[in-house]
Design a protein around this ligand. Structure first.
Ligand code: SF4
Ligand code: SF4
Length: 142
């Protein structure tokens, strides 16, 4: 099996659970991160009848050439459940949410610095094993 397959499996078996229930940080707080989405994903977060007139006050910026939108809201993502600290559309969340906080490079797996995962723990140790098996080092980067 290649790295991508093992990494995907690790995310399903270890990371989702860790990120949503064990980590004390809340990266779905849009005051801290920018989320990049396509139009379908934008509608998934804000609803079918989203009005471009309201983009500015909702913190949505358009990047028309690529049909990419960035969301830099002043609050939590609308799909973040403040009570359970879970994503309400976890299984169909936008691609950038699925990829966060990782970036796969040829010889490395980059983890956004500040992610609690890299503090250690069984989930991180398992990831180290997978990365090492495929000849990748784990790097923390902003
Ligand atoms: S869609 Fe879900 S995972 Fe993505 S920022 Fe919103 S709450 Fe978080
Ligand atoms: S710090 Fe890492 S593990 Fe914690 S919520 Fe953010 S992405 Fe998930």
């Amino acid at each position: 099996m290649g790295f991508e397959t093992d990494f995907k499996k690790w995310k399903a078996e270890y990371f989702g659970q860790y990120c949503m229930t064990k980590c004390d940080k809340m990266c779905c707080d849009m005051r801290n991160v920018s989320l990049y989405v396509n139009y379908g994903e934008l509608r998934k977060i804000f609803g079918e009848n989203i009005d471009p007139e309201n983009y500015k006050k909702m913190g949505i910026k358009t990047h028309n050439a690529r049909w990419v939108y960035s969301i830099e809201s002043k609050c939590f993502c609308g799909k973040f459940d403040g009570n359970t600290h879970k994503c309400l559309i976890y299984d169909s969340r936008p691609l950038s949410c699925r990829e966060y906080p990782f970036l796969v490079e040829k010889d490395a797996l980059v983890i956004k610095s500040g992610c609690s995962l890299a503090r250690g723990g069984p989930e991180y140790k398992k990831l180290l094993e997978i990365a090492s098996l495929h000849g990748k080092v784990i790097v923390k980067r902003r």
